[in-house]
Write a new protein. Sequence first.
Length: 354
Amino acid sequence: MSVPVQTPYKKYTAAPGATVFPTTFRVVLAGDLQVRVDTVVVTSGFSLSALGAPSGLDVTFTAPMVGGEVVELQRIIPKSRVNDYQQLGDFNAATVNADIDRTWMSIQEMGEELDRAVKVPIGSAIDPDQLIEDLLAVQVAANASAVDAAAAEVASEAFAAAAAASAASTNLPALTGKTLQLLRVKSDESGYETRTPAQTLTDIGAHGLQMIHVRDEKSSGSVGGASSTGNQVRELNTVVVNTIVGASLGSNQISLPAGNYRVLQGSAPCVSGGRHRLKLVTGSTVLALGIPEYTVAAGTTMTVAHVGGRFSLASISSVALNHHIETSRASDGLGLAITDGEVEVFASLVIVKE
């Protein structure tokens, strides 16, 4: 009997109550057929009809299917020879045909397996195993990207919906023309209102952090000025921010009302001045004392001194940033210019009221 062109595999999704599943391919011996239900190989609970029929046979289960089970029928002929023909023995046509047919059906199975395999051109330097790994990696990355995109879309939609619901329920103000403004709860808690940066600074000073930040600023390319031996008051000429009620800057000194304070940052450079140190003072009283720094007096070297600490004032007082320098230097002893088009900064002092 000739062997027709057939795919030795059939897959079904069982309907509720189903019992019969045709192979649609020829099976000569019962042992050549593997039956799987939901990927598990089963060897009992079913019967086979019409072994050897060219169009295939029926696999009939004793118990009906619940529904949704995946039933797989696959012909897997052992790669071995069963029959042994004896010298001058019987040469039965049916036996020989079946034996030859099973050989060709086994070749057919291998062809089906090769059709599902990853193949590369003969003589190619591509490693098929590495190619599979690369393809899997691409698929995994694509799946992850799709999941991330879907999650981001869901989150964005949820956020937009929540924001719309919140705006509708909390009477948010119109945001047109409110660039860089902040949103806050009204004092009577009846809704929200926007605040400009200047208003926000006032709010912070009145209800939270009170801070003054001053600096010695000069035009780009300018140097810090000449240094002198001993104590000298560092120039402070620019207010960067001031939210301390009653505080002000004048004549290189900060006027502060009574209270407890903390120096968050105080720094100033010195060029080739040997040993030098910063101090925060009011009159002759030292409020905060920095760690000594050192620059080589010869040549041109610059280091930055720092001061920090906590102090208290019993009444309105003027505080200044003093710099004690061991060796004087003309012109640029208080700082070298960087000349980058921005303002030069040669001293910076940040004080917070507690």
